[in-house]
Design a protein around this ligand. Structure first.
Ligand code: AMP
Length: 558
């Protein structure tokens, strides 16, 4: 067992879980894990204030798995999540952390998939159920005993669940579980409605919150890029083409990620190395020395391994994986801008982590502006600029030393000086793409695995704008929401409040359940909860607004 896992071992997790953590390469608990794991292990009810990106999933999954008995083949833990995406993500996390627990089964229960196999898995004794509330209630209607053996409940992203209108479903679910259970609630915010739930259904809960002290960040230019997780390595490669950096440190979360990114960078010819907790201390020092004296330009590190790293050459910090909290963000980006120099910090943000970005902005009191992935034209311009600056200093005396050779070669080969110079350039640039068409062909971005309806897909701005403007990306949709369209618009005298009123009254939704309403001249768009949408549209079938039929339909962008 490595020294860093000691951080987890000290929290009281079982050996099986510790072994799984070593396998995934986590080096130390995040702040929320540090605080929540002992509380949950001790069996207390708990309210945790944390958003995605803080490591909250492991904060409840690890202690719960330590408390579950795999020999008992019955549902023991229930995790409720607002959306299918999150439910699947949480279920995958449970599977990963329980790799060394034979007999432990996890079932994900969500709408849009057949109910039969889900119910079968529950009946066969899956110990962990990860569910969206709507679908779970459907199961309860068929079999009210489904949750009768649950001993641990987690409400994940409770505020999101309420926003999506799951209040009533939650009440049904609470009633179906034994009162003796342990209940844990995670929420990014604690509005009155969440406190009311906690008051009613949790027993003397302990509160856990990662204190966010205001931090100041000076002299560092900060930006963020929205990107899906599976495109991060490609994005880093592309960004590096256009960023003018001296030395750079890239932060990731796991040992494996340090190795993966460092080798991708090396393969592209960068002088890069990984720095993680598995690397012996003297070797770590060698890596840092190499970064200092220029034998290395890029170090890919975990937070633990980069502790105390102070290299004045660092001009850039790339936060490839989100830090766990604003303090750690400030700490990371403080690696650049040393000794009064300017520094630049870039943060990659996946769609689910946008909230964490807002927290960072709030705590640092600074806006972290958005940048887009460089397009092919920008990459090409940057390559040509580098070539120009590497060749320019040679031109002055090369003619004196190699001019005669040039004459001889052109004569021998029987070609023009231009043809020979072109051949030499091709050789010198090692087959690098140096025309727009060739750059466009390379680095294809891996198709995103995320939901299709977001406007943040990075490949949108990919092609250079050829005279006309880039296609305007649709407004990003929050997760768990669907966009609906009505043919009623401004020309029908419709205002947002008319639509809102009609949907609230006739659809029986809470105000929070309705997202953005956009009124256009000849139509309008409304954001509604994805779960139960068909039921809702059914209810609104005959609704009229301003005397005209509303006829709300699901809207597809493309
Ligand atoms: P979450 O906030 O639960 O969505 O977690 C965000 C990401 O952090 C996930 O990709 C986890 O795999 C990762 N993660 C969670 N805890 C740790 C840890 N202690 N060390 C490294 N990575 C972690």
């Amino acid at each position: 067992m490595t020294q860093e896992i000691g951080g987890f071992a000290a929290l009281g997790l079982t050996q099986n879980i510790l072994a799984a953590l070593t396998a995934v390469g986590y080096e130390e608990p995040s702040p929320i894990q540090q605080q929540a794991i002992p509380v949950i292990l001790a069996g207390h009810d708990m309210i945790g204030q944390a958003q995605t990106g803080t490591g909250k999933t492991a904060a409840f999954a690890l202690p719960l798995l330590s408390r579950i008995d795999p020999a008992k083949r019955e549902p023991q833990a229930l995790i409720l999540a607002p959306t299918r995406e999150l439910a699947l993500q949480v279920a995958t996390a449970f599977e990963t952390y329980s790799k060394q627990m034979p007999g432990l089964n996890v079932v994900a229960v969500y709408g849009g998939a057949p109910m039969g196999p889900q119910l079968k898995a529950i009946r066969q004794g899956a110990q962990v159920i990860v569910a969206t509330p709507g679908r779970l209630v459907d199961h309860l209607r068929r079999d009210e005993k489904v949750l009768s053996t649950i001993q641990h409940l987690v409400l994940d992203e409770a505020d999101e669940m309420l926003k999506l209108g799951f209040m009533d479903d939650l009440e049904v679910i609470f009633q179906a579980m034994p009162e003796s259970r342990q209940s844990v609630l995670f929420s990014a915010t604690l509005p009155h409605s969440i406190r009311a739930i906690a008051e009613k259904h949790l027993k003397s809960p302990q509160h856990i919150k990662i204190a966010a002290k205001t931090q100041t960040v000076a002299r560092i230019e900060q930006a963020h890029l929205l990107i899906h997780a599976d495109q991060k390595v490609n994005a880093v490669l592309r960004l590096l083409e256009v960023e003018e950096f001296d030395a750079l440190i890239a932060f990731v979360r796991t040992k494996q990620a340090t190795l993966d990114l460092a080798s991708a960078l090396e393969a592209k010819g960068y002088k890069a190395a990984a720095l993680n907790g598995d690397i012996a201390q003297n070797q770590r020092e060698r890596v840092i020395d190499s970064l200092k004296d220029g034998r290395l330009d890029i170090v890919v590190a975990t937070d633990v391994a980069a502790r105390g790293l102070d290299v004045p050459r660092i001009t850039h910090v790339f936060n490839v994986d989100m830090p766990y909290d604003p303090e750690s963000y400030v700490h990371r980006i403080g690696r650049t801008g040393r000794a009064g120099r300017e520094g630049r910090a870039l943060l990659l943000v996946t769609p689910r982590e946008r909230r964490m970005l807002q927290v960072i902005e709030r705590v640092t009191g600074q806006k972290v502006g958005e940048v887009k992935l460089p397009n092919a034209q920008q990459v090409l311009d940057a390559r040509i600029k580098k070539l120009t600056s590497s060749l320019a200093p040679l031109v002055a005396d090369a003619e004196a030393s190699h001019g005669d050779l040039l004459d001889r070669l052109t004569a021998d080969i029987g070609c023009s000086p231009r043809a020979l110079a072109a051949a030499l350039l091709r050789k010198a640039t090692n087959g690098q793409a140096l025309t727009l068409a060739d750059v466009e062909k390379e680095q294809p971005l891996v198709p995103s695995s995320g939901p299709r309806d977001r406007g943040d897909r990075p490949d949108r701005g990919e092609r250079p704008a050829r005279g006309d403007r880039e296609r305007r990306a649709p407004m990003p949709l929050a997760e768990g929401r669907a966009r609906c369209r009505t043919a009623l618009g401004a020309r029908d005298g419709i205002a947002a409040k008319n639509l809102l009123g009609a949907i609230l009254n006739e659809g029986g939704l809470a105000r929070e359940a309705i997202g953005r309403i956009q009124i256009r001249e000849s139509f309008s768009l409304v954001e509604l909860p994805e779960e139960g949408l068909d039921r809702l549209l059914g209810k609104l079938k005959d609704t009229r607004v301003g005397g005209k039929p509303l006829k709300l339909r699901r809207y597809r962008e493309d």
